[in-house]
Design a binder for this molecule. Structure first.
Ligand code: ADE
Length: 229
């Protein structure tokens, strides 16, 4: 998979890709990340990428021309499955959407800033708008990092079998069951006996039940009506 990220602050974005699972995914060739600094697509001497909005109003708006130049350049080189704009008024990022995007070959992610982008960018280039939650961030960069993390870990081969994303919370609409590691008893706090029993079919049954109970308690909205009782 190839991800092109368009931003005015590439420095804000780089560190999540320089450690742990994302770093390894890049090193192993499962994903290529390309950062594009919008200022490199500006022709005037001031390197202006934002301007006042027509009609008046507080806040600056990202201009259409540099974004057009950047996206058109990328589109001339390859086909993109989706051109995503990170914005608080987009579709809420959920596991199902991450699963879908993780199957794409090439995507562009445009990070918004200031009061957003000229509407013509959204009308003529963007194919999907994504929000990571109902709050307003200073820019789309942290949202883009969240989106990339959520999709890259799903690419086959990125996680080992033993840490497969299939057992993540939210896959199957269930939260993950509780997990424990050594020591089996700490300050009198004991690990549930079943987990040290070696009875793997029973352990599996226990985990399924715990996942269900935890979901019913913490996120009943994930369950179907008939599962809630
Ligand atoms: N940009 C600003 N706020 C955002 C949000 N909540 N999600 C995605 N991008 C954003």
């Amino acid at each position: 998979m190839r991800i092109d990220i368009i931003t005015v602050v590439p420095d804000l974005l780089k560190s999540p890709f320089e450690a742990s699972i994302l770093k390894r995914a890049i090193e192993k060739g499962h994903v290529e990340i390309h950062f594009h600094n919008l200022r490199d697509y500006v022709t005037d001497n001031y390197k202006q990428i934002d301007d006042y909005q027509f009609g008046g109003g507080a806040g600056m708006v990202m201009m259409v021309e540099p974004i057009d130049k950047c996206i058109s350049h990328l589109k001339s080189e390859r086909e993109y499955d989706e051109i995503i704009y990170m914005t608080p008024d987009g579709e809420r990022l959920q596991q199902k959407l991450a699963n879908k995007i993780s199957m794409y070959e090439n995507i562009i992610i445009l990070c918004g800033h200031y009061k957003g982008v000229d509407q013509r960018v959204r009308d003529h280039f963007i194919t999907k708008e994504i929000s990571i939650g109902d709050y307003v961030l200073s820019g789309g960069e942290l949202g883009a990092a969240v989106l990339c993390d959520a999709i890259i870990r799903l690419i086959p081969g990125v996680l080992g079998n033993e840490t497969s994303a299939l057992t993540d919370s939210f896959q199957d609409n269930l939260l993950a069951p509780p997990v424990y590691t050594r020591p089996a008893e700490y300050k009198g706090w004991e690990v549930p006996e079943i987990l040290t029993s070696g009875n793997f079919p029973k352990i599996e049954e226990w985990r399924e039940e715990q996942a269900y109970l935890r979901t019913r308690k913490l996120r009943p909205d994930l369950l179907d009506e008939d599962e809630k009782n």
